[in-house]
Design a protein around this ligand. Structure first.
Ligand code: FE2
Length: 155
């Protein structure tokens, strides 16, 4: 899976996080079912993405010949699994949206998960992703050295 695909997954989960964060910043939702549905969809996307990060980036980099990159991957795996476990713990602890009286604690838990996810995404995109070979899906085929491009033909 190309890094571009993982970055596209980041954009998707961050967009979902923005929506949830805005809802969590307000009072107890008038339509609790919508919040629960959005949180469930978000959690499912995050879990799938974390699994992709682990399998496609972090674990392969643990065998990197550069010791500092391998060590970075080991640390990244521990952080990734801790975040994964905390998402699972949140879902197990709360089992759906609580009543209005528990809203402050519940939304603090959601906001903390979102903040940690954002920090992880930023750290990946500025760090560990750069140590993988870039395999962009939109990669252009190599042009022969003597091939003129469309811009030079138009001039
Ligand atoms: Fe990621």
């Amino acid at each position: 899976m190309p890094i571009a695909k993982l970055e596209a997954e980041h954009r998707r989960v961050l967009e979902m996080a923005d929506t949830l964060d805005a809802m969590a910043a307000g009072p107890f939702p008038e339509a609790p079912g919508i919040f629960t549905q959005k949180l469930w969809s978000f959690t499912r996307e995050v879990m799938a993405h974390l699994s992709n990060d682990e399998a496609l980036v972090v674990v392969p980099l643990m065998d990197d010949r550069r010791p500092h990159i391998a060590q970075l991957a080991v640390q990244s795996l521990a952080q990734l699994r801790a975040l994964h476990a905390d998402f699972e713990r949140h879902m197990a602890d709360w089992k759906g949206l609580p009543g209005a009286e528990d809203w402050p604690g519940y939304r603090r838990s959601v906001q903390t998960l979102i903040r940690r996810l954002r920090a992880r995404v930023a750290a990946e995109e500025s760090g560990i992703y750069h140590f993988m070979p870039v395999q962009r899906v939109d990669r252009q085929p190599d042009l022969p050295a003597n091939c003129t491009g469309a811009a030079s033909k138009a001039a």
